[in-house]
Design a binder for this molecule. Structure first.
Ligand SMILES: [Fe+2]
Length: 296
């Protein structure tokens, strides 16, 4: 067993092993259910709740119909075309637009509390000072952009079913706090493993594009860390000693992380108390995901 006093590794975060190949596939299979079965079979529903309770992460395959997927991607792509072309007049009339050189509102809480959709557009800077959100479009409350978007968002998220599932998994009623649409294009300097605070909080992620391999920047999760006191305690002590943010999961040695490769239309649900991160992307890669946050 290694200790914190180890002179070679003291001071550096310790990463989990990233599962790949057949090991990754069988881990995925153990965490997956089909959406059709989840919505129609009590047995599958209970199995899914149990997976989420024990492992902190669940994959729901084919949660979105091809038609709904096409509809939301059409809406999103039209918006991205307008943003990229600088044709922002129409967007600015029904959303709060935060452009690279023109921020209208600041701060996460203000985005969550805004009455309109908020479009945060961040680009990579030519001087290389990209910042941690380079190449991102984050949209808060995408359902407020248009009626077509509202319908598409509703048919992707399955909020009633997922709320019931979370109740069965966490034994606590959870409410939708915020919906987001995230587009990552060539985001390389992603945050390391962390948790989103210590309270019970879940997110569901609906992938709108395929996430085929690590270069696409998959969501990575370390199963069962949402209820593993050891890695949390170890990380907390290390963070305090090295001046890191208290929610970084800096000490995950000996654990396996799962890159959640997925097809467009698949949904991943995870407890945000567990260790997770977005894997850095290839500069040319793109990924779009619709996220729903559930809180008490
Ligand atoms: Fe997070």
């Amino acid at each position: 067993m290694t200790s914190m006093a180890d002179p070679i590794s003291a001071g550096s975060p310790r990463l989990p092993r990233l599962l790949s190949g057949a090991e990754r596939e069988s881990a995925m299979d153990r965490l997956s259910v089909e959406f059709n079965a989840l919505s129609s079979s009590k047995r599958t529903f209970l199995k899914a709740a149990w997976i989420l309770r024990r492992q902190g992460v669940l994959v729901v395959r084919q949660a979105v119909t091809p038609q709904a997927l096409e509809a939301i991607n059409a809406e999103l792509n039209q918006l991205l075309l307008q943003l990229d072309a600088g044709q922002t007049k129409q967007l600015a009339s029904n959303a709060i637009l935060n452009l690279p050189n023109k921020r209208r509102i600041k701060g996460y809480e203000n985005f969550v509390d805004a009455e309109q959709a908020v479009i945060n557009h961040r680009v990579k800077r030519p001087d290389g000072r990209s910042g941690s959100d380079a190449g991102m479009v984050d949209i808060f409350h995408p359902e407020r952009l248009s009626e077509a978007m509202a319908n598409a968002v509703t048919s992707c998220l399955h909020e009633r079913l997922i709320s019931r599932l979370l109740l069965a998994a966490a034994w606590l009623p959870m409410r939708v706090k915020c919906r987001n649409l995230y587009v990552n294009r060539g985001v390389q300097d992603t945050r390391g493993y962390h948790c989103d605070g210590r309270s019970q909080k879940f997110k569901s992620f609906v992938f709108l594009t395929d996430v085929r391999d690590l270069s696409d920047g998959p969501y990575c999760y370390v199963p069962a860390t949402h209820r593993d006191r050891r890695s949390w305690k170890r990380s907390r002590q290390f963070n305090a000693a090295h001046g890191l943010n208290r929610h970084e999961y800096s000490q995950l040695q000996g654990l396996d992380a799962l890159p959640l490769l997925a097809k467009a239309g698949d949904m991943v649900i995870s407890s945000q108390r567990g260790a997770h991160r977005g894997h850095p992307q290839h500069p040319d890669a793109g990924r779009a995901v619709l996220v729903n946050m559930y809180q008490r």
